[in-house]
Design a binder for this molecule. Structure first.
Ligand SMILES: *Cc1c(COP(=O)(O)O)cnc(C)c1O
Length: 423
């Protein structure tokens, strides 16, 4: 394992430097597990100071669902903090909740830049407020690709963060593949980093192991290792700049066609932005219809209805070329015109390209075509689609119905008994 040991040591050093902290644990297997690990470390820190009663976690309403879930798993009580109409943490509400819970405040969980895609300008004040009341700051690092090389959790005043190596550091993420959610901590939390009963990991006052493997999903760490090694400091910083630039490029191209929900005081987004589709409900178009129609243009939809229902959240990352970004914007602008046809009564409110999307080959190639629009409009809505058509294989079935109404398809155990008896 000597090669792996060297890799762990270097990777921990790099991640520690990137986050502006003092040490790193490679144990957690996902962002959510990192949250849990980080909160257990915070809990141990308070206990070690004789303040084990501190069990309140402040969490802004914009947080990812894993934040409150992890807090509850770590034995904490969740107290929500409001956001203002610009999507930022409501500082007055934060201060009043922190004062109210000053005796039992454990921590704040905060995502930076926020899930609303904005660099929250008050972030340092927010962290200072929590410290003032004896709490620790857990920074959810899922949006770290908007920070690497430019700023850091250590710099803004947080105490611990997780990194989603499968988001920011190149490990393939789609399809629910294995992840890695190392946590990085400031020096006062380093003694509590998780240990392992067999292999020496973590600090002198280590919390018990978070995952059974001492270095999490170690076999995928070489991906992040190679990525960081090959990019180097300048490369990583450049990637961050490109991610932010790409998001703002899309934002500018869509401006005037779609409302962008939140921006910073200078009118900029961070590395992602929320496109508001709620106004189209008036003509019966839901965000889901836009997501499905994107498939006809060859695109998998970006995040739908998180963190705000009825919206699309677009995060282009640094990876796409300008040509690809332009194609994607052209598709969204073309869909906007399709919505306009419904708004202006030129297209039917029910039988239209959005409601019937996605259009499969089977649908347009077999039988008689009865839709009030052409087959061409259905499957080749814009020139570039003809050059490389991606054919969706199925039409809509019942969207989220199956997720919300679980059906057990296993036969009852008794059935086996009968079969055996019959045999
Ligand atoms: C993805 C994400 C998480 C959870 O990370 P997993 O690795 O999927 O467990 C937590 N917070 C935010 C803001 C995220 O985007």
């Amino acid at each position: 394992t000597l090669g792996y040991q060297e890799l762990f040591t270097n990777l921990r050093t790099w991640l520690t430097e990137i986050t502006g902290f003092a040490d790193t644990s490679l144990q957690p297997n996902s962002g959510a597990q990192g949250e849990y690990a980080g909160l257990m470390v915070i809990r141990a820190y308070h206990m070690n100071r004789g303040e084990g009663h501190r069990d309140v976690a402040l969490i802004p309403t914009s947080a990812h669902g894993t934040n409150p879930a992890s807090a509850v798993m770590a034995g904490m009580k969740v107290v929500l903090v409001k956001c203002d109409e610009k999507g930022n943490i409501d500082i007055e509400d934060l201060k009043s909740k922190a004062t109210e819970h000053k005796d039992d405040l454990s921590c704040l969980m905060v995502t930076y830049p926020s899930t609303h895609g904005v660099f929250e300008e008050a972030i340092q004040e927010i962290c200072a407020t929590i410290h003032q009341y004896g709490g620790q700051v857990y920074m959810d690092g899922a949006n770290m690709n908007a920070q690497v090389g430019l700023t850091s959790p250590g710099r803004i005043g947080a105490d611990v963060c997780h990194l989603n190596l499968h988001k920011t550091f190149c490990i393939p993420h789609g399809g629910g593949g294995p992840g890695m959610g190392p946590i990085c901590v400031a020096s006062h939390l380093a003694p509590f980093l998780p240990g392992n009963p067999l292999v020496k990991t973590g600090g002198e006052l280590a919390v018990s192991s978070i995952s059974s493997a001492p270095y999490g999903s170690a076999s995928i760490l070489p991906i992040s290792y190679a990525y960081i090694a090959m990019m180097g400091g300048d490369g990583l910083t450049n990637a961050t700049k490109m991610a932010i630039l790409n998001a703002n490029y899309i934002k500018e191209r869509l401006a005037g066609h779609y409302p962008i929900l939140y921006t910073g005081s200078k009118g900029r987004a961070a590395h992602e932005m929320i496109v508001d589709c709620r106004a189209f409900k008036e003509v019966g178009v839901e965000v889901e219809d836009i997501a499905k129609r994107l498939m006809d243009y060859g695109y998998h939809a970006p995040t739908v209805s998180f963190p705000v229902a009825g919206t699309l959240m677009i995060e282009p990352t640094e990876s796409e070329t300008k040509a690809e970004l332009d194609k994607f914007c052209d598709a969204l602008l073309s869909i906007r015109e399709e919505i306009r046809e419904i708004e202006e009564g030129k297209a039917d409110r029910v039988e239209n390209v959005l409601k019937n999307a996605p259009h499969t080959a089977k649908m347009v190639l077999t039988g008689e075509w009865t839709m009030p629009y052409s087959r061409e409009k259905a499957v080749f809505p814009i020139a570039f689609v003809k050059e490389g058509k991606f054919w969706p294989t199925v039409r809509r079935i019942d969207s989220a119905y199956g997720d919300r109404n679980l059906v057990c398809s296993c036969i009852p155990v008794e059935e086996y008994a009968t079969e055996t008896e019959l045999a």
